[in-house]
Ligand binder design. Structure first.
Ligand SMILES: *Cc1c(COP(=O)(O)O)cnc(C)c1O
Length: 350
């Protein structure tokens, strides 16, 4: 007899990036800088009311996000990180055993896990030869059972983006009856003028949801806050399936302060954009296969050499994120940490 769902036994666990004291951590796409002083002050102030429940409606933060994006607050749904919004999307769309969630593979490792936890079926479409979403193949893979499509741009872990025209064609091909989520966790790092930007597409596509997070460029990963922007009915459904009080008072206050201090909080982005060009060029020079990236990480298509590469980097006290036997994802950090990684990569003989 078993007390819990038998299918959970075969469910892969989410693997977090490792943290080893003294080592350079390039495994979780974080910014290696603490939040700014005004943000820390707001967090401390909120912590002082830690005995009280937070505002369940997350009204202050929702209004602040809506104001900064220029959208109606009714279009915003917040959650405990945007990974929670991904889970809420599955819960808000799938309830029949035949319901399917479609996404590219390889993409964000949380998608298959959250799909299966939600009792839905994961359908995947391989990335194309350049490690980009194959949106035409994805549109062709939509069936009457498809309830949700996840599109990740820049794609974690390959760093590639979908183009605006590609996304427009995809939305037209999929039609209005399937919810499409554009996961923009790395939006702040995108500089390609042809890359898709979800917000301007929302008005024409009530079935589109744009996902953003404070964990990556806004460097508040520990606070756990992200959000979706969607049609008001969709945002309202996302709020309904959210666990009560998911966004803590500390997270709400920290995120508001981060938006108020956005220039300083995002000050590391420009250097990351410069550094990703330098790091990729150095890796190509050293003979690695690395697709162009619009995120704060690079993907090394190492195939069967992936595990050995990660072990080699660890010997050099650099932690990368291996997805054996496909490749390794390495966060772009400051020049010093990037140089530590490049020194390790150049001496890899695998
Ligand atoms: C990091 C990440 C997220 C969300 O992270 P949270 O910390 O839960 O906000 C969502 N999607 C992708 C693709 C990511 O890489």
């Amino acid at each position: 007899m078993t007390l819990t769902r038998a299918d959970l036994d075969s469910l892969p666990a989410y693997v977090p990036g490792r943290a080893i004291p003294g080592a350079v951590k390039l495994a979780s796409n974080e910014v290696p800088l603490p939040p700014t002083a005004p943000v820390l002050a707001a967090i401390a102030e909120a912590a002082a009311t830690g005995n009280r429940y937070p505002d369940m409606a997350v009204a202050g933060l929702t209004a602040r996000i809506a104001g900064s994006l220029g959208v109606d607050p009714a279009r915003i749904a917040t959650g405990c990180g945007s990974v929670s919004i991904c889970q809420q999307l599955v819960q808000a769309t799938c309830h029949e055993p035949s319901d399917e969630v479609l996404f590219a593979w390889r993409s964000f490792e949380a998608y298959p896990i959250l799909t299966r936890i939600g009792g839905a079926i994961a359908r995947t479409v391989p990335l194309d030869g350049e490690l980009r979403h194959d949106l035409e193949a994805m549109a062709a893979a939509v069936t009457p059972h498809t309830r949700l499509v996840m599109v990740c741009s820049p794609n974690n872990p390959t760093g590639t983006v979908v183009t605006r025209t590609g996304m427009e064609r995809f939305l037209a091909a999929v039609g209005p009856d399937v919810l499409v989520a554009l996961d923009e966790a790395y939006h702040e790092y995108v500089t390609d003028p042809d890359a898709a930007d979800g917000l301007p597409l929302l008005d024409a596509h009530p079935n589109l949801v744009v996902l953003r997070t404070f964990s990556k460029a806004y460097r508040l990963a520990a606070l756990r806050v992200g959000y979706g922007v969607a049609a008001p009915e969709v945002a309202s459904a996302l709020r309904k399936v959210c666990a009560p009080f998911s966004v803590s008072a500390v997270a709400q206050a920290g995120a508001i302060a981060a938006l108020d201090d956005a220039d300083a909080m995002l000050s590391a982005c420009a250097e990351v954009v410069t550094e990703r060009v330098r790091v990729r060029a150095a890796l190509l020079d050293a003979g690695f296969r690395v697709p162009p990236t619009q995120a704060n990480f690079v993907w090394l298509a190492l195939g069967e050499r992936t595990a050995a590469f990660a072990a080699h980097c660890l010997e050099h006290r650099v932690i990368v994120r291996p997805f054996h036997p496909e490749g390794a994802r390495v966060t772009i950090s400051n020049p010093e940490e990037n140089d530590a990684f490049l020194a390790a990569a150049r001496t890899f003989a695998g």
